[in-house]
Design a protein around this ligand. Structure first.
Ligand code: F6R
Length: 245
């Protein structure tokens, strides 16, 4: 596992964008596993700027997203399909037909099966971008007694619902379930890039960088099983998490 410590969150996002750019430069039709939430927004902004400057070409890029809220359709402003269009796809030269965000409407089991197929069909992602929850969840694979291998419907835990509430007008609107790529799909990516910032992520990051243990109580620790993981954190979070290079 490679840990990159930067001066600040913006620099972390610039580093992450550069790694994504290099992945596309090495393979024009790269398949990217993408994340939503607050963390990747400046990463996508940096990629949009690079695309406008001709530094990265999305014309052949394929994408598959980690998750989608159950109950929200693609036109809902807080759905992850809407987020991806709004924060990235509408602003770069990607063919939207090559982008996939699982549906949050309809039969969740059928949707989860489709997501699982989309992760593996045509080869697994060349790069999987991840944020991390305060409890160590990745792709909404929540902390608990076990993690699930295949894509599935996940019941979001109170701390996750609380964290997501900042994007909704009222607490009642915050979805309590999501369709989530399972740990097998995440770990099947050729390269994993996790970006984290902020004091609330310190316990989750400490669990990854401070020891060699793997536990479903911190699902991100399963990333230790992967041969090519890069974690980008800023100095403040590195210090809080007790990371020593
Ligand atoms: C989103 C996702 C989640 C987030 C996590 C952190 O697609 O998979 O696991 O990465 O909840 O969210 P932020 O970045 O908002 O702190």
């Amino acid at each position: 596992m490679k840990v990159i410590v930067t001066e600040n969150y913006q620099q972390s996002c610039d580093v992450a964008a550069k790694i994504i750019q290099q992945t596309i430069q090495a393979k024009a039709d790269a398949k990217l596993g993408l994340a939503t939430g607050g963390t990747p927004v400046p990463i996508y902004e940096a990629l949009i700027a690079m695309n406008k400057n001709g530094e990265v070409d999305f014309s052949q890029v394929r994408t598959v997203n980690l998750d989608e809220y159950c109950g929200l359709g693609p036109d809902h402003p807080q759905s992850y399909r809407y987020f991806m269009n709004d924060k990235l796809f509408n602003h770069v030269n990607i063919n939207k037909e090559n982008t996939y965000v699982v549906s949050g409407l309809g039969d969740p089991n059928a949707n989860a099966e489709e997501l699982e197929r989309m992760v593996f069909e045509g080869g697994t992602p060349d790069l999987q971008l991840l944020g991390i929850g305060t409890n160590g969840h990745v792709g909404f694979n929540e902390a608990g007694d076990f993690v699930q291998a295949k894509s599935h419907m996940e019941n979001l835990v109170p701390s996750t619902i609380e964290a997501n509430a900042r994007f909704f007008e009222t607490r009642d609107e915050v979805p309590t379930q999501a369709i989530s790529m399972g740990m097998k799909g995440i770990l099947a990516a050729k390269k994993i890039l996790l970006v984290a910032s902020g004091p609330s992520k310190q316990d989750a990051i400490r669990g990854i960088v401070a020891n060699d243990n793997i536990t479903p109580q911190n699902p991100a620790t399963f990333l230790k099983l992967h041969p090519d993981v890069t974690i980008v954190i800023d100095r403040e979070l590195a210090d809080l998490a007790g990371y020593q290079a």
